[in-house]
Design a protein around this ligand. Structure first.
Ligand code: SRM
Ligand code: SF4
Length: 597
């Protein structure tokens, strides 16, 4: 291969823009020759042949014979914000009855920073009841999911989301996903500024293909068939999903180190936004028993001023586009690109593309990665209420009419709603004279504002069964029960008000970011969980596998003495995650590569 050829794994489409954004030779800027990947994965072939994400989605939607899409369209539809799923609770029974699985679709909304208006909330709420399974799911990336949408209703659901001025494009797929940012409007005016940057990055990295509008919004093809262009992504988009978050210290609620690209807001002496300390190469996903896969925390590589942020973002994405592994999807995230070549290589490549190195990183200090609950007062006299939404599921239940109550609040609220990265909800920017009305609606629908244990409000679980095709164990439907039992031990030990982060996922993919929790339960098989201990309370340290494949009884038998010992022996202010390392229950994990050591 000549030095002028792009890497085999890179897109061949024109990338436009500055010289720095042009296709680069396979090999880094130092001239070192790097082996091209052996071949491309099947998903790469599907993307390449898709004509910028069109595939045969229109035909698949129109096919009345099956509730599913053609296989290649099931891959492509992710870029449009939807996943084909089937109800796993019904799988065996339908197989016995020789019926095809009960296919339905999950639809994920993209809402940068998790901010929506009351009107948007009302439309999403109605869609959930009329088109989906009657519940709304608040996700770990500050967005909404609908589950259980049948194929004939998919198009009108996506169109209705767009009528609210929200979208679903690029909520999933090998592109930049929903951009997260700290949602708390009460800490300072800085949050407004940071939210604007999250929205700008989101817009900047949105795919440019018109396929989305043609398929879902009935936009006619442009006369003359003007070709689509993806100036940043190219024909085959990124090798894998890409995630960005902006944190505002002292809160690391967005888990900035779990992201491919992270920005940590730095304020100057006048409390104005000076810029961002930049992190790269974070990610959670791994596969049980495959040590070549591992979670990794992002590395701090420098500092950028606000006006450099979009260029930094574009070039980080472009490096991953050009160098990410397109042959093996389990090795395709930016974290592996960086570990394979080194952080120094990455920083030098970025500097070459930006025509200047980043400034040295500026210091920051995180205190926690959880949410702060209850009412607070912010700038301009507005009030904000953070509500704990257990595992992000908004639905009515006999003990609490959560969905109805939030709907009634949306009808009278004239501020906004903000989703947190911990699956919770802020009723934000409430006029002081509206507070009483909101409080009475909360009480009327038995929605608790406080009173729960600290462990519960610092817990979260991914969706898992019955909708997630990758789940090996229950998560959302089971964690509340396990927390009930852990609460008993914690209460007896006098720890009811001590926050400990607990996260559960139904498989090792890490959708609730379990590997930064102080205690994590990761599904191994039905009813069995790997238990990890020792994550940092501020989401700044990976945890370590403590025991494998434990049942509920075994989990309680293992954790009870550790919790009691923590209550008796902890030092002043010592967090559970720090204690378990000091007490020798697990050793500290200092890098992703040593996660399995
Ligand atoms: Fe996730 C795949 C749900 C946040 C890592 N994730 C899935 C799928 C789509 C399963 C699938 O591929 O068939 C799940 C759909 C379940 C369902 O029925 O709804 C799913 N992920 C979720 C959500 C809804 C979990 C939740 O309970 O909130 C989150 C949606 C966020 C959003 O609004 O965009 C969600 N997923 C995450 C996160 C957390 C984050 O991004 O901060 C991670 C870990 C961070 C990371 O990406 O490294 C995450 N999801 C994964 C992975 C592993 C990726 C990897 O690098 O190995 C998969 C599997 C895959 O991509 O092959 C996955
Ligand atoms: Fe599904 Fe696994 Fe993600 Fe949970 S962690 S939602 S089980 S992919």
């Amino acid at each position: 291969m000549s030095a002028a050829e792009p890497p085999q794994g890179a897109n061949s489409a024109p990338r436009g823009g500055s010289e720095a954004a042009q296709p680069r030779a396979w090999g880094d800027h130092t001239g070192e020759t790097v082996q091209a990947p052996p071949g491309r994965s099947e998903v790469e072939r599907v993307k390449d042949a898709s004509d910028y994400l069109r595939g045969t989605i229109v035909q698949s939607l129109a096919n009345p014979i099956t509730g599913a899409l053609a296989d290649s369209d099931a891959q492509l539809i992710k870029f449009h914000g939807s996943y084909q799923q089937d109800d796993r609770d019904l799988r065996d029974e339908r197989r016995r009855r020789k019926l095809e699985p009960l296919y339905s679709f999950m639809v994920r909304v993209r809402a940068p920073g998790g901010v929506v208006t009351p009107w948007q909330w009302l439309v999403l709420d109605e869609l959930a009841r009329t088109h989906a399974n009657g519940s709304l799911r608040l996700t770990t990336r500050q967005s909404f999911q609908f589950h259980g949408i049948l194929k004939p209703r998919l198009k009108e659901t996506i169109a209705a989301v767009n009528e609210t001025l929200l979208t679903t494009i690029a909520a999933c797929g090998d592109v930049n996903r929903n951009v997260m940012c700290n949602p708390n409007p009460y800490q300072s005016a800085l949050h407004g500024e940071v939210f604007d940057w999250a929205s700008r990055i989101s817009e900047e990295l949105k795919p440019r293909t018109r396929a989305y509008h043609e398929i879902w919004l009935d936009d006619a093809l442009v006369a003359g068939g003007e070709p689509d262009d993806e100036p940043l992504y190219g024909r085959t988009y990124l090798p894998r999903k890409f995630k960005i978050a902006i944190a505002v210290p002292p809160s690391n609620d967005v888990d900035v180190f779990a992201h491919d690209l992270g920005f940590i807001a730095i304020v100057d002496d006048d409390a104005r936004l000076a810029g961002f300390t930049v992190t790269v190469g974070g990610g959670m996903g791994m596969t049980h028993s495959e040590p070549a896969t591992y979670p990794r925390l992002g590395d701090v590589i420098g500092f950028c001023r606000p006006e450099q942020m979009l260029a930094v973002t574009q070039q980080v994405v472009a490096i991953q586009r050009d160098y990410g592994d397109r042959s093996d999807r389990k090795h395709a995230r930016l974290k592996y690109t960086i570990d394979d070549r080194s952080v120094d290589w990455f920083s030098a490549e970025l500097a070459a593309r930006l025509h200047a190195p980043l400034e040295p990183p500026r210091p920051f200090r995180f205190e926690h990665n959880g949410d702060r609950y209850g009412w607070t007062e912010g700038v301009g006299g507005k009030q904000h209420l953070t509500l704990f939404i257990e595992n992000g599921r908004v639905q009515d239940a006999p003990q609490m009419s959560l969905m109805t109550g939030l709907r009634e609040i949306a009808k009278v609220h004239d501020g906004d709603f903000r989703l947190t990265a911990n699956q919770n909800l802020i009723v934000a920017n409430v006029d002081p004279d509206k507070r009483l009305a909101i409080e009475s609606l909360l009480a009327g629908h038995r929605i608790e504002v406080d009173g729960r244990s600290a462990v519960r409000v610092n817990s979260m679980a991914c969706v898992a069964l019955p909708s997630c095709g990758l789940a090996m164990a229950e998560s959302e439907r089971y964690l509340p029960t396990l927390i009930d039992k852990l609460e008993r031990v914690l209460d007896e030990s006098g720890l009811r008000h001590d926050a400990i982060t607990v996260r559960m996922t139904g498989c090792p993919n890490g959708c609730a970011r379990p590997y930064v929790a102080e205690i994590a339960f990761v599904g191994k098989s039905l009813g069995k969980y790997n238990v990890y201990l020792g994550g940092g309370f501020a989401g700044d340290r990976l945890n370590r596998l403590y025991r494998s494949a434990l049942s509920e009884d075994e989990i309680l038998a293992e954790l009870t003495p550790i919790i009691r010992r923590y209550a008796a022996e902890r030092r002043s202010g010592e967090r559970f995650g720090d204690f378990v390392i000091r007490a020798g229950h697990v050793s500290e994990v200092t890098s992703g590569r040593t996660f399995h050591a």
